[in-house]
Design a protein around this ligand. Structure first.
Ligand SMILES: [Fe+2]
Length: 309
């Protein structure tokens, strides 16, 4: 009947080694073949990132979404401005391949979600009037922590020339739902049932492309620690530690080798039934963050448009 979540995304990249180094530093585990690499979260089986060697530039090849009732979706897609297309060269014909009204390619697959990871220790905070942690340090010496361990790909944010049209398409054709938006500049879409606040987001740009992909970690501490480590390893831009208004998640964004962003997140709002959720249209003052460091000047710059010219 609808999209249930995001499974992965595939990039064409001009420098496979740079891509592998970045995503491995982020905590993903790679399986490399001649012309492509697939990366999973530690302990996971479904590739959440696929890199294809390209002779030209970095470009979003497609986004893979978990869905059910693909036959119904194949009827709705052309009725709402999209096209059902053949599988691209090098990819299987399983599932449903869809080109959206802006030419963005989606692969919809009937795929069980990765099993939920076992719950870790709760993030216990001593608050005024509520002491929950006694005779116990919250923090270990900084060298005692293991490397970042992304638990799952939570959402993908895409550039689009028309945010509201993209929302309409995934709502009408994919059976998703609008969670919240800020004017017509950014919008956040969820599955209708049992979903993170957003699994697909859209940001306004002159063209299409990948804005960021976001991976869940255990808690706000791991967001900060992992974000700082990856920012140091990647050596390009970063933005964080901070907290979004829309979705409520703690975040740290690190720029990938081609100018798009990788996000670690924790503590996102959860929508168990969209019929019981009231979407909010926020002002632009809440489009980016509730609090955090200054936003990098190129945070919403679409390098994929620039590279295509
Ligand atoms: Fe995000």
């Amino acid at each position: 009947m609808a999209v249930l979540g995001v499974a992965g995304f595939t990039l064409e990249v001009p420098d496979m080694d740079a891509g592998l180094a970045f995503y491995r530093a982020a905590g993903l585990v790679a399986d490399v073949s001649e012309d492509r690499a697939t990366l999973v979260c530690p302990g996971g089986e479904t590739p959440c990132v696929t890199l294809i060697r390209s002779s030209s530039r970095m470009r979003l090849h497609h986004v893979t979404l978990r869905a059910d009732a693909l036959d119904e979706m194949a009827v709705r897609v052309p009725a709402h401005g999209g096209k059902v297309v053949e599988a691209p060269a090098g990819f299987g014909a399983d599932g449903l391949w869809v080109s959206d009204p802006h030419g963005v390619l989606f692969h919809l697959v009937e795929l069980a979600p990765e099993p939920a990871p076992p719950a870790g220790p709760s993030f216990a905070i001593n608050a005024p009037g509520a002491i929950v942690r006694v005779r116990q340090s919250a923090m270990a010496p900084s060298g005692n922590y293991p490397p970042a361990r992304p638990r799952k790909l939570g959402h993908v944010a895409l550039f689009t020339p028309d945010v509201l049209a993209s929302v309409d398409f995934v709502t009408d054709a994919f059976g998703m739902a609008l969670a919240d938006r800020a004017q017509d500049v950014v919008a956040f879409c969820c599955a209708r049932r049992s979903s993170d606040h957003h699994v697909l987001a859209f940001a306004k740009s002159p063209g299409t492309g990948l804005h960021h992909a976001s991976f869940q970690v255990a808690d706000p501490d791991e967001v900060g620690r992992a974000g700082q480590a990856l920012a140091n390893a990647a050596g390009r831009g970063h933005w964080g530690f901070g907290r979004h208004t829309i979705g409520s998640n703690f975040f740290h964004y690190i720029q990938d080798p081609w100018g798009s962003w990788f996000e670690y997140y924790s503590d996102m709002d959860y929508i168990d039934d969209h019929a019981l959720w009231q979407p909010t249209v926020y002002g632009m003052e809440d489009a980016m963050a509730n609090w955090g460091p200054p936003v990098p000047a190129d945070f919403v710059h679409n390098y994929q448009v620039e590279a295509a010219q």
